[in-house]
Design a protein around this ligand. Structure first.
Ligand code: NAD
Ligand code: UDP
Ligand code: UDP
Length: 415
């Protein structure tokens, strides 16, 4: 037991009386996939500050090195550029699996690549044809191949197990775009990436936490949403690469738990905001804040009466850590029950940044959920968790970060 690694967090959690952590705790080796992203980087800060050794695995599809740069040089921190769609060998105690683009703009980026699980049976039967095709393409396009690991993966497709068939499809689709090491997309990341991280957890006996989403409830017919609700997802819509991808990831997680005894945890995260969000990632809070700061009109999609519940990132990180350390699998809703229409959100942004900011109504996107609000009774009771930062308190914290990044950069550029 390493006493110096006992941190305020453990004392706080322990003193809630709900999670039998023990007063003293061993430093752990923790992997955070997607750790260079918005939520992941805040989680990494907390894990490092309590003394854990943290390995961030990220392909920088939507994440940024800047988010974790302050840990460079810390012997307890390691950053690996890696796409979780590819297998990964590490020795660790815990895996926080966050890797996945979360903004609709990002995850809709290449819907063709997201088709894997839906057409899986078809791919199964097309395996031989694809293999011949890909081998031919690779033979004539060696110049495209930038990674020996990929090459060996492609050449190993004579094996007939499930994983290699998925790998084969992955490579074929990447070739279609002329990029062998291109960015991953939601569905591939959710299905193949989650499978790999579960395989890793199984091999080393690590505890695995999946960051799922409120999107598994789709356009909900139950309000607020409880974890027992099975959802209302359009399986063929433009959002389904993400929604169904996360649903499949939840299924895989439970199957590895039931079938292979992997210790798992599932969090269903509701809309979260805070510092380090991508400036132009298309999500509503980041859009409104950046627009108001730049003196642009706030783009409200549709009539603006659809609702969301907005959670500040530190509350989420606290919930994720409690879930990982606790004894309950979940799924747990982690979100702030404070519900706002997009017009109400726009008003809060105007009050916080610029009361003169105008509203620009735009057509809404397809399949946009009409309302969303978490029922967090389960997390309150079993994790002793509830959010502490409401929108009016959290928004200014994000605004200072955005202001610094937007205007700080401009000033630097001008000098
Ligand atoms: P983000 O886009 O900022 O972070 C995702 C990170 O994953 C990025 O650093 C990205 O580069 C990395 N990544 C993506 N695909 C990868 C791959 N194939 N291999 C390796 N790294 C990959 O998003 P976020 O808001 O920080 O979300 C983190 C997690 O939380 C995601 O799983 C998301 O689905 C979930 N979530 C977030 C919200 C939210 O409102 N922020 C809501 C629900 C669920
Ligand atoms: N895997 C991984 N790292 C590991 C162990 C497994 O990336 O340390 C991957 C492995 O390549 C496979 C997936 O996880 O694609 C599932 O592994 P599992 O052992 O469950 O399945 P199998 O390899 O037997 O199909
Ligand atoms: N939205 C909006 N203006 C924007 C971006 C989004 O009105 O500039 C709306 C969007 O239509 C949706 C809500 O805000 O109803 C939340 O969108 P976001 O992409 O942030 O999250 P998600 O749809 O995944 O909950």
């Amino acid at each position: 037991w390493i006493t110096t690694n006992t941190r305020a967090y453990d004392v706080a959690v322990h003193s809630s009386g709900r999670i039998p952590l023990g007063i003293k705790r061993k430093a752990r080796r923790v992997v955070v996939t997607g750790g260079a992203g918005f939520v992941g980087s805040h989680l990494v800060d907390r894990l490092i500050s309590r003394g854990d050794s943290v390995i961030v695995v990220d392909n920088f599809f939507t994440g940024r090195k800047e988010n974790v740069m302050h840990h460079f040089g810390n012997p307890n921190f390691e950053l690996i550029r890696h796409d979780v769609v590819e297998p990964l060998l590490l020795e660790v105690d815990q895996i926080y699996h966050l890797a996945c683009p979360a903004s609709p703009v990002h995850y809709k980026f290449n819907p063709v690549k997201t088709i894997i699980s839906f057409r899986f049976l078809l791919f199964y039967s097309l395996n031989c044809i694809l293999f011949v095709l890909i081998t031919a393409i690779i033979t004539f396009n060696n110049c495209l191949i930038s990674s020996p690991m990929k090459m060996s993966k492609v050449l190993s497709t004579e094996r007939t197990d499930l994983n290699n068939k998925i790998t084969l499809v992955h490579v074929e689709l990447d070739l279609e775009n002329g990029i062998l090491n291109g960015g991953s997309v939601a569905h591939k990341t959710n299905v193949v990436g989650t499978l790999n991280m579960l395989g890793l957890a199984k091999r080393v006996g690590a505890r695995f936490l999946l960051t799922s989403t409120s999107e598994v409830y789709g356009d909900p017919l139950q309000h607020p949403q409880k974890e027992t609700y099975w959802g209302n997802v359009n399986p063929i819509g433009v959002r389904s690469c993400y929604d169904e991808g996360k649903r499949t990831a939840e299924t895989l997680t439970m199957d590895y738990h039931r079938g292979a005894g992997v210790e798992v945890r599932i969090a269903r995260i509701f809309n979260t905001y805070g510092p380090r969000m991508c400036l132009d990632d298309g999500r509503v809070v980041s859009n409104f804040v950046a627009q108001a700061l730049r003196k642009e009109a706030l783009t409200v999609y549709g009539d603006g009466k659809q609702t969301r519940s907005f959670q500040y990132v530190s509350d989420l990180v606290e919930g994720l850590m409690r879930l990982m350390e606790g004894e309950h699998l979940g799924p747990f809703n982690l979100g702030n029950p404070g519900e706002f229409t997009m017009l109400e959100l726009a008003k809060v942004v105007q009050e916080t940044i610029d009361p003169e900011a105008k509203i620009d109504y735009r057509p809404n996107t397809e399949d946009d959920p009409h309302m969303r609000k978490p029922d967090i009774s389960r997390a309150k009771e079993l994790l002793g968790w509830e959010p502490k930062v409401d929108l009016r308190k959290g928004l200014p914290l994000m605004v200072s970060d955005f202001r610094q990044r937007i205007f700080g950069d401009q000033k630097e550029g001008a000098t």
